[in-house]
Design a protein around this ligand. Sequence first.
Ligand SMILES: Cc1cc2nc3c(=O)[nH]c(=O)nc-3n(C[C@H](O)[C@H](O)[C@H](O)COP(=O)(O)OP(=O)(O)OC[C@H]3O[C@@H](n4cnc5c(N)ncnc54)[C@H](O)[C@@H]3O)c2cc1C
Length: 446
Amino acid sequence: MPLLYSNQGIKPKIEGGTKPHITMAYFVNLWYCFEMQYNRIFDLIVIGGGPSGMMCAGRAAEKGARVLLIEKNKELGKKLSMTGGGRCNITNAEFDTRAFLANFPESKEFLFSPFSKFSVQDTFNFFEKKGLPLVVEGRKRAFPKTQNANDVVAVMANFIKKNNVEIKTGVKVTAMTKESDGNFLIETKSGENFHGKKVALASGIGGEGISMLEELGHTVKEPNPNLVPLTTDAEWVHALSGISLSFMTIRFRQGGKNRLKKTGKILFTHFGVSGPLILNSSFEVKKLLDVGHVIASIDMFPDTEENELDRRVWRLFELNKNKILKNILPEMMDKAIAEQILNLPDINIAEKPANAVTKEERKALVKKMKDLTFPITGTLGFEKALIADGGVALTEVNFTNMTSKIHPNLYLLGDVLDINRPSGGFSLQLCWTTGWVAGTDAGNLK
Ligand SMILES: Cc1cc2nc3c(=O)[nH]c(=O)nc-3n(C[C@H](O)[C@H](O)[C@H](O)COP(=O)(O)OP(=O)(O)OC[C@H]3O[C@@H](n4cnc5c(N)ncnc54)[C@H](O)[C@@H]3O)c2cc1C
């Protein structure tokens, strides 16, 4: 009869000397070995192959634990590869932990303990030792010197592979339950089940992870995407994808009233609008959307009164009497934007020569340049949210090792935690710190 061996050297005992006498203990042992090999009992199962999950898995395996990492996407670190506009703002180079944590006003008291174990300096050392030096830019934002977020993903993927973490990509966890022996049963959409002595939930904000936590008795604040691009169904906006307007004012209207006004730069995208100014408005816009329709209005010339703008447009038309408008308006704005405005159904004068434009048509055009409206239909949601608030209540987490106070063999990492923070590398530092502290603890097999 073949003997089944686990990674940890557990094997069925054959009692009774040379002539095997099969006892109950033999079957129990055999069953256990079968579980180890085929139904997979791991020391640690990490759910989510983002930055916090990869850090935790790699660190626990480095310490000797048998680790399984489950990621629902086909590849690891998909969101990480998009961070910082593809450059990855990997941390914030504020090396004084107290000053760093001042950016987490509501949670700093909780975070002192994990940050005393893995700080910003440790992040610099971690990546530099793995051949990815960092550079610091304005507002202390640190990026890989290669300016490529994919290099960060590669370092993390290499870290877990080198330490023999078993990786399952394209596998979605659907349920996590506590078994009578204290282990966790992890069920997946494909029907494959796994058992873990410990589990680290690193599934980010939103999605199944949060509902699994609620089922395990945790208090979870409903996640809300905070810094997130806005969507519209106005096709002319989609057509301007990739173009930005550097100095303009945007107003968000509801019920005919201006509710929010910001000045700066916006970026048109194939789904709507984005850029820092939009992201920073999104939380308030989302609240408006919850109660009704929202109209965005762009003033492309915020420093110029409508009368003065009308005079400028009139002069432009006078100087180019015989030219068609789509060829002369680009003197005042980006060519693609000019073309879209001139072709709007209520303007529709792109092909007219300047001397054929009526006064009413010119005034309507000028009005449009000061009040270019489009409906806001929603936000892009969690996947594209730079920061989302919500997550597990911090009072339910033991921050000395990042475990749940309700289930001490469950680790809670990264965006799963209800921690508000600004943009600038703070979110990823939170992932490196919580992932490393949890991995160190979970890898301790004593
Ligand atoms: C466009 C963009 C740019 C950003 N730029 C920056 C930046 O430059 N600097 C910064 O500090 N922060 C940035 N952030 C925020 C940062 O990306 C997040 O804070 C960080 O990724 C959170 O890491 P995490 O490991 O907690 O979760 P995530 O990165 O969200 O990873 C969670 C993983 O779990 C997987 N998962 C979820 N549910 C399941 C399931 N049921 N089964 C299996 N797998 C599952 C997901 O597919 C995902 O891969 C940015 C965010 C966005 C959207």
